[in-house]
Design a binder for this molecule. Structure first.
Ligand code: NOJ
Length: 505
């Protein structure tokens, strides 16, 4: 693959704790992932993005990093991580890791040192009085330490914010980037990328301040010292002009397309988001990305079956009723849409199995700090993080040998990789076929819209492949074509039924 492999890549997101358990302790790990690399290779992905794999007390599922240069023993060792990177490369799969620069962990050496010695507190935000900000997970964003001072944490109290006015923090992360690039990592996903800089006085808005761009310019310089590496920003900014600033040629290569993820399943809205995305990216020469889900949002099948199919962090609607059959049909169509659009595509583990959100995790087993910090009013993100079903008729469905860290629904016996491999019409086979065709005919480039009426999204790609998605209630005639390469559901003669997508040539 080329130095710019990331421009059109299909990137599979591995939530390691829930992917596959190789050592029988109920938690996914590197041994489990390495054993399943052939599965990902056969699926046809070009890269894997792993959520944080570092030592962590798990105040926020690993986004509280105690040591940026090591692997949590629950996942394996640094040596295993290096072997894993080499094995993935042997299968032509690139590796993107998660770096968390906005905050670290109360268990980090720096924070422990700061607790002991107030003269080194300047790596964080310590104050004599708490400020007014609220934590993004609920409750105050300030926590008191035994000697009376308070520290800032935009997220959980276990995640103290780093002070990016301190040059030592910059040097530390430069070193962390080199540490992983030197070990063969192909890219960095930057967590909470727009939050690093804080306003003077620590009051007012902390989102997207100008100073963050200096951070990414220096990261880009380091990244460019290596061949074929990519910086991916987690930037939740609806304002496209602000978002575009992260994609300038001396900053990040790509950002996640959250407006696409958040958009309701509705033709005018989706058309607008797609056009806006293309218009934002084209002048910068940056490839768009297409994201339907990740470890922070409700599973696609469940979301698209709800009365309100949009996504909003501030109103998660956990447990809202969902017509899963309808959601499943739409999720299949959405998969073909996302895979056909120009640029890269992200697939969150389990998306290719059509897993629904697990809404009925017993409260006492919930792990997400959102649940605790909201005084048990927001259920949070555990429902999209349930361990994958691989095979067999009952839990743990081949995930491992022990009881998984979050319980799997019994009904997942129909959704295992084993069951879906045998079923030609399964979601898994749709993704396999879609990614195979995508590798030959889609990915990086541009599109030309076709007008097939207000309910239909239709466009042609450079290869001649036409993608048609019917978001209306009634079947629509397909445009003239030679063959149907792939369809998300059965066609009605030469008509495309409601909530169905087809790829034509
Ligand atoms: C975004 C991550 O995706 C999420 O899982 C995490 O809780 C926050 N950043 C804080 O690190």
């Amino acid at each position: 693959m080329s130095e710019t492999w990331w421009r059109g890549a299909a990137i599979y997101q591995v939530y390691l704790r829930s992917f596959a358990d190789g050592n029988g302790d109920g938690v996914g790990d590197l041994a489990g992932l390495r054993a399943r690399l052939p599965y990902l290779s056969a699926l046809g992905v070009n890269a894997i993005w792993l959520n944080p794999w570092y030592p962590s007390p798990l105040a926020d599922g690993g986004y509280d990093v105690a040591d940026y240069r090591d692997i949590d023993p629950v996942f394996g060792t640094l040596a295993e991580a290096e072997e894993f990177i080499a094995e993935a490369h042997g299968l032509n799969i690139r590796i993107i890791i998660d770096v968390v620069p906005n905050h670290s962990s109360t268990a980090s050496a720096w924070f422990q040192e700061a607790l002991r010695d107030p003269s080194v507190r300047d790596r964080f935000w310590f104050r004599d009085e708490p400020g007014e900000w609220q934590s993004i997970f609920g409750g105050p964003a300030w926590t008191q330490v035994p000697d009376g001072q308070w520290y800032l944490h935009l997220f959980d109290p276990g995640q103290p914010d780093l002070n990016w006015t301190n040059p030592e923090v910059h040097r530390e992360f430069h070193d962390v980037l080199r540490f992983w690039y030197d070990r063969g990592v192909d890219g960095i996903r930057i967590d909470s990328a727009a939050l690093l800089a804080k306003p003077d006085g620590l009051t007012g808005s902390y989102e997207d301040l100008d100073e963050v761009h200096d951070v990414y310019r220096s990261w880009r310089r380091i990244t460019d010292e290596y061949d074929g590496r990519v910086l991916v920003g987690e930037v939740w900014l609806p304002d496209q002009e602000r978002l575009a600033r992260y994609l300038r040629s001396d900053e990040l290569h790509t950002v996640f397309n959250f407006p696409f993820l958040a958009c309701p399943w509705e033709p005018a809205g989706l058309r607008q988001v797609i056009e806006q995305t293309l218009a934002t990216h084209a002048p910068l020469g940056a490839p768009p990305t297409w994201v339907l889900s990740n470890h922070d949002v409700a599973r696609v099948v469940t979301r698209y079956g709800r009365a309100d199919t949009s996504w909003d962090h501030a109103d998660r609607r956990d447990g809202a009723p969902s017509d899963l059959e309808l959601g499943y049909r739409r999720a299949r169509a959405a998969a073909l849409l996302a895979m056909a659009l120009p640029g890269g595509v992200y697939i969150y583990q389990g998306e290719e199995l059509g897993l629904p959100e697990v809404d009925d995790i017993p409260d006492e087993l919930r792990q997400d700090p959102m649940w605790r910090r909201s005084n048990h009013t927001v259920k949070g993100r555990d429902g999209c993080r349930v361990p994958l079903p691989w095979s067999g008729d009952e839990p743990p469905f081949g995930f491992g040998t022990a009881t998984p860290w979050l319980p799997q629904p019994d009904a997942w016996n129909k959704l295992t990789v084993e069951a879906q491999t045998a079923d030609l019409g399964s979601m898994l086979n749709l993704y396999r076929d879609g990614l195979r065709i995508r590798a030959e005919r889609l990915g990086d480039g541009t599109l030309t819209w076709l007008d097939l009426g207000p309910d239909v999204l239709a466009f042609t790609r450079e290869s001649g492949l036409t993608c048609v998605v019917n978001l209306g209630a009634d079947p629509v005639p397909l445009p003239a074509h030679g063959t149907v390469l792939l369809a998300s559901g059965a066609l009605d003669g030469d008509r495309l039924p409601s909530d169905t997508a087809a790829w034509l040539a």
